[in-house]
Design a protein around this ligand. Structure first.
Ligand code: ATP
Ligand code: SF4
Ligand code: MG
Length: 316
């Protein structure tokens, strides 16, 4: 396996106050690779992204582990060093872009401020060229609008374009296309993948939509209650899912039969709840006595496919 990585997340544990939100998560992203992270609401996907961005300002704390970007542990950087890295090396499209722009200031002012804050020049023509490339409508006038004049979807696309314009090595996209209609979603995803091919970016892409993941990702990680339970090459995980939770997620995708998908019964454990064994026990139809007492960590079942489950280990 190629051992050169742009991003390495090692044994990461993150807490909000007394609550453990991310527990011992490890995975790596190679240059030029798109990694999607999926999992139900509240499993810690956004917290994972925020841990790469720097959590102190966001109320969370890394209590264990490291986040290595291009060989440097960025959890140990000071505020100013981190600010320089954000924007130039890391681009971020937040889950809620309504909150990331000031609603009553023109986009061009806000674009300029953000670029300048990262010591980058704002070149209007470059922005318009990018809008055209991303098939935005009304490209010549877009920058003179204020966000309140735009739909939520268009605002999201403006946030994506701003992150792209900064030319990062690593793009963090938290549900970046979820508020777009299906056609715009497909266009933006294809453009992001194309830009990745041309510019060699890595993208960490959070999504609820496994169809989107299937389309864009090289690798897929599935999180459950703050832990990574399955990770690997996208085709291996989607075509041969091993963890019972991943199988449930795939079964919940609406089919052509137009029947309502069957959701998974029960709820994930409460934030920070400590479990002696596997924390999927209450919802797992394969759970056995041993699962209640033994912790399973990610194990490479076949090359390029890791699972944390007794089933995957062939121990059942
Ligand atoms: N600032 C905060 N303070 C305390 N707890 C928080 C904070 N932000 C998130 N949490 C909790 O951390 C857990 C993980 O939240 P997170 O936003 O990372 O989940 P998510 O997987 O991104 O969910 P969604 O799919 O709904 O966006 C949730 O239980 C949430 O309630
Ligand atoms: S370890 Fe046991 S309880 Fe946990 S997911 Fe696997 S089979 Fe289910
Ligand atoms: Mg989220």
């Amino acid at each position: 396996m190629d051992d050169k990585y742009l991003l390495e997340i090692n044994n990461l544990t993150v807490t909000y106050g007394q609550f453990k939100i991310i527990t011992e998560v490890s995975f790596k992203v190679r240059p030029g690779e798109i990694v999607c992270i999926a999992g139900e609401s509240g499993c810690g996907k956004s917290t994972l992204i925020k841990s790469v961005l720097g959590l102190k300002q966001l109320g969370a704390q890394i209590t264990e582990g490291s986040v290595i970007l291009d060989g440097r542990d960025i959890t140990r950087l000071g505020v100013e060093e981190r600010r320089q890295i954000l924007g130039t090396q890391i681009g971020y499209v937040p889950q809620n872009t309504r909150g990331s722009f000031n609603n009553i200031r023109k986009y061009d002012v806000q674009y300029k401020e953000t670029m300048n804050a990262h010591n980058l020049p704002f070149i209007r023509e470059d922005a318009i060229k990018l809008f055209k490339r991303l098939n935005f409508p009304d490209t010549e006038r877009l920058l003179s609008y204020e966000p309140w004049e735009m739909s939520g979807g268009m605002n999201q696309r403006m946030a994506i374009a701003l992150a792209v314009l900064q030319g990062p090595k690593l793009m963090l996209a938290d549900e970046a296309t979820s508020v777009l209609d299906v056609t715009s979603q497909k266009e933006v995803i294809e453009e992001l993948a194309q830009l990745r091919d041309e510019l060699g970016w890595s993208i960490l892409f959070i999504t609820h939509n496994l169809g989107v993941a299937s389309h864009i990702a090289d690798r897929l990680g599935v999180m459950y209650a703050g832990r990574m339970v399955e990770y690997g090459d996208i085709r291996k995980v989607l075509d041969d899912p091993i963890h019972p939770y991943t199988r449930n997620l795939l079964a919940a995708i609406p089919g052509k039969d137009r029947k309502m998908p069957v959701g998974l019964e029960g709820r994930p454990p409460l934030d920070g709840a400590e479990w002696e064994g596997c924390n999927f026990v209450p919802r797992c139809k394969y759970a056995c006595e041993e699962c209640k007492h033994k912790k399973y960590s990610l194990n490479e079942i076949v090359p390029g496919h890791w699972v944390s489950c007794a089933e995957g280990r062939g121990e059942k």
